[in-house]
Write a protein that binds this ligand. Structure first.
Ligand SMILES: Cc1cc2nc3c(=O)[nH]c(=O)nc-3n(C[C@H](O)[C@H](O)[C@H](O)COP(=O)(O)OP(=O)(O)OC[C@H]3O[C@@H](n4cnc5c(N)ncnc54)[C@H](O)[C@@H]3O)c2cc1C
Length: 393
C-alpha cells in the first residue's frame, strides 16, 4: 500500500507543535500535524492558564531567554490573534517578607517597566491568552490528523516513516512530556503535573494577578451577573519512571476521563487549594467551579528548553570513542539524526517560549540560521557522555 507523503510531519498539536506549524506554513504547503488527542491543545497546552509574565531575578542566561521570548510572543499574539490575547498587565505580589526583600533586590535588573500597586508591582507586559483559540489559529493552514497515536518512527534511507503509514522528509517532534519516540538516554524530561480551574464569580477583576497562584482578569458572561475567571496552577511530581510507566502521559483526551487515570482526590484537593490561594489575592464572591483541567508540563533537567536537531549518540560515540573518557568536543562536530527536529522542555512557560522557539527552529530549518547553543540538545549529550563510562562499566 502506498504511504501518504509530506514534506513535513509534526507530531504533537500543543502550543509547541501548533507554533511550528504556523511558521512552517509560510514556506510549505505540505505539512501534516498529528496528535493522539481529538483536537489541538488537549495535552498540557489545554490545561494551561496561559499567563505570560516576566521572570524576575538577577541577570542570567535563562532569564535572558525568557525575556526575549516574552517580548517576541506577546507582540506576536497581539498582532496575530488580538481577539484571544488580553494584554491587561499583571500585578506580581510577593508571597511574604522574604520574597518582598528579594523583589526589591531585583529592581536594578528589571527587564520590563513596572510600578508599585497595592502590595505588589504592576507590569504592563503581563498577558493572558486563550490556549485553544491560539492553537486552533496557529494550525489553521496545515492538514491535521487527530485520534492517531504514533507508535514508532523509523528512518528508511532519507525518509521518516510514521507507523509505516505516513512518510516525510522532515520530522518534527513536539510531543511534550511523552518522549517515548526518542530513544536517546541523554534525553530526559520530568513530567510536572498540575491543575487549572475556571470559575464563575460575581466579583470583577480588571487585570491578572500572581502571588502563590495566578488569577486572571474576569470576562463578563453575557446576560448574567457572573464573570469567568481562571485560576492556576498546582504542581505535582509523581514518583513514576516515564520510561517504565507512561500510562497517564499516554492517555489520550485525559481531561475527558481524568478520574480514571489521575486520582480524583488530587483533583479535589487542588481545587480547594487554588480557591484558597486565589481568595488570598482577592476575595471572590458566589464562586461556582465550571471547569477543571489537568496536564503534564515537560520540564528539562536544567530548565532550558531543547530546540533543533537530536544528537545521534551511537553514531557520535562510534566516530569519537575518546568522548567517553571525558574529552572536549565542539557542538558542530557531533552527529545528528538527519531531518529530525524537536521543540521540548518548555516547562511551565510553554506559552511564553513556544512561538519564539518555533520561529527560531523554522529559521534554522529553512535558512540554516544557527540556534543558540544553550537550547540545543548537544549540552545534554555532552553532560551524559562524560558519565557514560560510569554507567556502562
Ligand atoms: C496546569 C498547568 C498550568 C499551566 N500554566 C501555564 C501558564 O500560565 N503559562 C504558560 O506559559 N505555560 C503554562 N503551563 C505550561 C504549558 O501548558 C506547557 O509548557 C505547554 O503546554 C507545553 O506545550 P507542548 O506543546 O510542548 O506540550 P503539550 O501541550 O503536552 O502537547 C504535546 C502533544 O503531543 C501529543 N503526543 C505526544 N506523543 C504522541 C504520539 N506518540 N502520538 C500522537 N500524539 C502524541 C500529545 O497528545 C499532546 O497533545 C501550564 C501547564 C499546566 C499543566
Amino acid at each position: 500500500m502506498s504511504k501518504k507523503s509530506y514534506d513535513f510531519i509534526i507530531i504533537g498539536a500543543g502550543i509547541a507543535g501548533c507554533s511550528t506549524a504556523h511558521f512552517l506554513s509560510k514556506y510549505s504547503d505540505s505539512i501534516l500535524l498529528i496528535d493522539r488527542n481529538c483536537d489541538v491543545a488537549q495535552g498540557a497546552s489545554g490545561a494551561a492558564g496561559a499567563f505570560l509574565s516576566p521572570l524576575l531575578g538577577k541577570p542570567n542566561k535563562f532569564k535572558d531567554l525568557v525575556t526575549k521570548a516574552l517580548k517576541f510572543s506577546v507582540e506576536f499574539y497581539k498582532q496575530s490573534i488580538p481577539k484571544d490575547t488580553n494584554n491587561c498587565g499583571v500585578v506580581r505580589i510577593p508571597k511574604n517578607n522574604e520574597d518582598r526583600e528579594k523583589f526589591v533586590s531585583y529592581i536594578p535588573y528589571m527587564d520590563f517597566s513596572f510600578e508599585e500597586e497595592g502590595e505588589g508591582y504592576f507590569f504592563d507586559i503581563g498577558t493572558q491568552v486563550n490556549p485553544y483559540a491560539i492553537c486552533s489559529f496557529l494550525s489553521k493552514d496545515v492538514e491535521k490528523l487527530f485520534n492517531y497515536d504514533v507508535e514508532h518512527i523509523v528512518k528508511n534511507d532519507k525518509i521518516w516513516l510514521i507507523n509505516q503509514e505516513y512518510e516525510t522528509k522532515n520530522l518534527i517532534l513536539t510531543t511534550g512530556a511523552d518522549i517515548s519516540l526518542i530513544e536517546e538516554k541523554y534525553f530526559n524530561i520530568r513530567a510536572v503535573w498540575g491543575q487549572k480551574i475556571d470559575i464563575y464569580t460575581t466579583t470583577c477583576i480588571s487585570k491578572n494577578y500572581h502571588k502563590t497562584c495566578s488569577l486572571s482578569y474576569s470576562k463578563k458572561v453575557e446576560g448574567t451577573n457572573k464573570n469567568l475567571v481562571s485560576i492556576g496552577a498546582t504542581h505535582h511530581r509523581f514518583n513514576c519512571d516515564l520510561k517504565i510507566c507512561n500510562h497517564c502521559i499516554k492517555t489520550a483526551n485525559i481531561n475527558q476521563m481524568f478520574s480514571h487515570s489521575y486520582s480524583l482526590d488530587t483533583v479535589n484537593n487542588d481545587t480547594d487549594k487554588l480557591l484558597r490561594l486565589a481568595n488570598d489575592i482577592q476575595k471572590l464572591d458566589d464562586v461556582e467551579v465550571c471547569d477543571i483541567k489537568i496536564g503534564a508540563r515537560a520540564s528539562s533537567v536544567d530548565y532550558f528548553p531543547m530546540v533543533g536537531k537530536l544528537v545521534d549518540s551511537k553514531a557520535t560515540i562510534e566516530k569519537y570513542p575518546h568522548l567517553v573518557n571525558g574529552s572536549f568536543i565542539k557542538d558542530d562536530m557531533l552527529l545528528n539524526f538527519d531531518n529530525l527536529y524537536i521543540i521540548n522542555g518548555v516547562g511551565g512557560r510553554g506559552f511564553v517560549l513556544s512561538p519564539y522557539l518555533a520561529f527560531t527552529l523554522v529559521d534554522n530549518i529553512i535558512k540554516n540560521n544557527k540556534i543558540q547553543s544553550d537550547i540545543l540538545t548537544h549540552r545534554l549529550f555532552k553532560r551524559w557522555v562524560k558519565k557514560y563510562k560510569l554507567n556502562n562499566d
